[in-house]
Design a protein around this ligand. Structure first.
Ligand SMILES: [Zn+2]
Length: 424
């Protein structure tokens, strides 16, 4: 039996099917749109009218088609009336952006944390910054549709809880609830809010905002102090049973290799991550400071022998990881992002070389390897991309809600999450 709620959801699914179709094929007429998505022309006309009124779509009268000169009005996403907010809650500071529906940045801001250990203070700072962006002059006349936040740790996207952020030292922080209570009474209070791990969010930026020919399957490999990945398959983020998919930093590349913080040996984290590189070059135990990281970048660039050797070895291990990701997911493209990009070709070159050798040996074409499209704001823009992604896929939200109950019938096992990922 169909109830009213289902009909509303069905309508929203149909509306967003039209919007998604126009993302990949801008300029379609109503008739072409109806044919592409399999809805009747009258339904499409009705839904398009709503979407035009609400600011999702725009039309122009410029194109004339057909033998008899009938006019078919091209439709496309409207970049001028709606806005999305994104935040990157980074290690020493947050970055926030507002974009239009096409991912063009309308406003951006850096928000240094007063005290990174003060979780509530950092979250309040971001909430306040987002509120100011939403009501600021750059968004005048626009309606904000959603908010996405990228976090540098293990996140359960179904609950918005950050289980552990190793480089912030935050554990079991209910980021979604804290943001919601900060938004209470403001223009942001009722907006959809999405929370995800930073690599996943950056992957969504590449999927949503890279133009109509976005690569899929796509892997965004984030290499900073540690290693993680966001994996897009069939237009969806692969999140796994509990939202922990893509933690490729703990795939083992070298049996019996160096000890990893997780307890295993030879993980990608322990062979490729910047923390492992600093440990290798400067000896353990070393505090992880921005100054030491700068020293590593400087010495690697200058070709200082110890740093250069370590970076090249890490690059070759990167190649092994790239091969393994290629074999596991057969991606069209692997995007390498994160702070380790500053190591440049001394790091990426050997990785590409190993991947090339694997491709030659198997006579198969390797996936494209490239850098991200969005620079320093990749994660904040990814937050906005995530909001667009889920707003345009209302059925995916249903999935996520269902996943909050595990197969044994209970709540998502936060104890399991906390315990399993305590080492992350
Ligand atoms: Zn590990």
């Amino acid at each position: 039996m169909i109830v009213a709620g289902d009909q509303q959801l069905l309508k929203q699914i149909n509306r967003m099917a039209l919007v998604r179709q126009l993302c990949s094929e801008p300029g379609l007429s109503r008739a072409a749109l109806a044919e592409a998505v399999g809805l009747t022309k009258s339904t499409v006309s009705l839904l398009v009218r709503e979407l035009l009124d609400e600011g999702w779509l725009t039309e122009s009268e410029l194109r004339v088609t057909g033998a008899l000169g009938r006019r078919a009005t091209p439709l496309q996403l409207d970049g001028d009336r709606l806005a999305l907010l994104g935040a990157d809650m980074g290690i020493g500071m947050a970055r926030i952006v507002a974009t239009n529906l096409l991912g063009e940045v309308l406003a951006e801001q850096e928000l240094p944390y007063l005290d990174p250990a003060d979780t509530a203070g950092c979250i309040a700072l971001v909430a306040q910054g987002l509120g100011e962006l939403a009501t600021g002059p750059a968004l005048a006349g626009r309606t904000v549709r959603g908010i996405g936040v990228g976090l540098h740790g293990v996140v359960d996207d179904a609950t918005g809880v950050l289980h552990y952020a190793p480089h912030l030292g935050w554990r079991n922080v209910d980021v979604a609830s804290q943001l919601r209570s900060q938004f209470a009474g403001s223009a942001l209070a009722e907006l959809p809010l999405f929370i995800q791990n930073e690599a996943n969010v950056a992957a969504l930026a590449e999927l949503e905002f890279s133009g109509q020919i976005g690569a899929d399957p796509l892997i965004y490999l984030s290499i900073g102090h540690g290693v993680g990945a966001g994996i897009i398959v069939n237009g969806r983020l692969l999140t796994g049973l509990y939202g922990f998919a893509g933690e490729v930093g703990h795939t083992i590349l070298q049996q019996g290799g160096p000890a990893c913080s997780c307890g295993r040996r030879g993980c990608a984290d322990a062979l490729i991550g910047l923390q492992a590189l600093m440990d290798e070059v400067y000896g353990r135990p070393q505090p992880s400071t921005p100054e030491q990281l700068e020293q590593l970048f400087t010495e690697a660039e200058a070709g200082e022998p110890r740093a250069a050797r370590a970076v090249e070895a890490a690059g070759r291990n990167l190649g092994v990881l790239l091969n393994n990701l290629w074999v596991a997911f057969d991606p069209m493209c692997i995007v390498i992002g994160g702070a380790a990009l500053r190591l440049g070709e001394r790091f990426i070159g050997p990785g590409r070389g190993v991947l090339h050798d694997c491709a030659s040996a198997t006579l198969l074409p390797a996936p494209t390897i490239r850098t991200p499209h969005f620079g320093d704001n990749a994660i904040a823009i990814g937050g906005a991309a995530m909001a667009r992604h889920y707003l345009m896929r209302p059925f995916v939200g249903q999935d996520t809600a269902r996943r909050s109950h595990d197969k044994l019938g209970g709540e998502v096992p936060s104890a399991l999450a906390a315990g399993f990922w305590a080492w992350s």
